[in-house]
Write a protein that binds this ligand. Structure first.
Ligand SMILES: CC(C)(COP(=O)(O)OP(=O)(O)OC[C@H]1O[C@@H](n2cnc3c(N)ncnc32)[C@H](O)[C@@H]1OP(=O)(O)O)[C@@H](O)C(=O)NCCC(=O)NCCS
Length: 213
């Protein structure tokens, strides 16, 4: 498969379903909290939470199909309304999740507590940075072709243009942290990841990585 046809463009709301499907494929254990038919819809809840905290949302297309997306945030691009909007979205998505609007989850309150707890742990473990990656997936069928590297380099170039100097991200043991290490990120913190420990039925860690731009 050739990458010469790979194109990049900003995310639009019409991409939500395709991004949900890619996220469900990337994190099957998380997706398996709901029935198979509800998995893309379930992952859309996570994407919705990431939208208002991201300032640069880009997708990659190959032969007209969406094959990757990277949502990142750059401190200098945040508008004053960004953070209140993010909190409102979080509350709205949380309520819809608890009411089963994203699929039926066993013990939704407990799952919600674990999601919030893990995010709090990640925030507490994160040193200050002026840009971050919020959500990043390349479709399974297109991994290992250099698409992830290109998307990361495009985001880093934008962040540098906006005078950012430190790129941070939160990842976990079920995600491809080896990719980040290969591209020069270094780990600055590990912490117990309650949600993934519950999903995997064994102790799992979340990690914070940094890259000097
Ligand atoms: C992480 C991810 C986006 C990488 O995308 P990708 O398109 O497969 O990555 P690339 O093909 O561009 O790889 C870039 C480089 O990283 C290397 N690499 C990729 N995965 C690696 C790993 N696990 N360990 C070491 N190196 C790795 C590649 O060999 C390549 O090296 P090179 O450019 O020096 O030859 C993709 O694996 C993915 O979507 N994973 C599932 C979701 C996820 O984990 N998201 C990120 C964490 S939140």
């Amino acid at each position: 498969m050739s990458l010469s046809q790979l194109t990049f463009r900003p995310y639009t709301p019409a991409d939500l379903a395709a991004c949900g499907a890619l996220a469900a494929e990337a994190w099957p254990e998380f997706a398996s909290l709901v029935a198979p038919s509800e998995r893309p819809k379930f992952l859309r809840s996570y994407i919705r939470i990431c939208l208002p905290i991201s300032t640069r949302l880009e997708v990659a297309e190959l032969d007209g199909a969406l094959v990757a997306f990277l949502f990142g945030s750059v401190e200098a691009d945040f508008r004053p309304v960004g953070r209140p909007l993010a909190m409102l979205t979080y509350a709205g998505v949380g309520l819809k999740f608890l009411l089963g609007g994203y699929g039926r989850v066993a013990r939704p309150l407990e799952v919600m507590r674990m999601v919030v707890g893990t995010e709090k742990q990640a925030a507490a473990a994160s040193p200050s940075s002026d840009c971050s990656i919020e959500l990043f997936v390349v479709s399974q069928a297109h991994r290992g072709m250099g698409i992830g590297r290109q998307m990361l380099e495009r985001f880093s170039a934008h962040a540098r243009d906006r005078k950012a100097s430190t790129l941070s991200l939160f990842t976990d043991m079920t995600s491809n942290w080896g990719f980040y290490e290969h591209l020069g990120f270094h780990k600055v913190a590990d912490f117990p990841d309650a949600l993934n420990s519950y999903l995997q039925k064994r102790p799992m860690l979340g990690s914070i990585y940094l890259l000097a731009l």
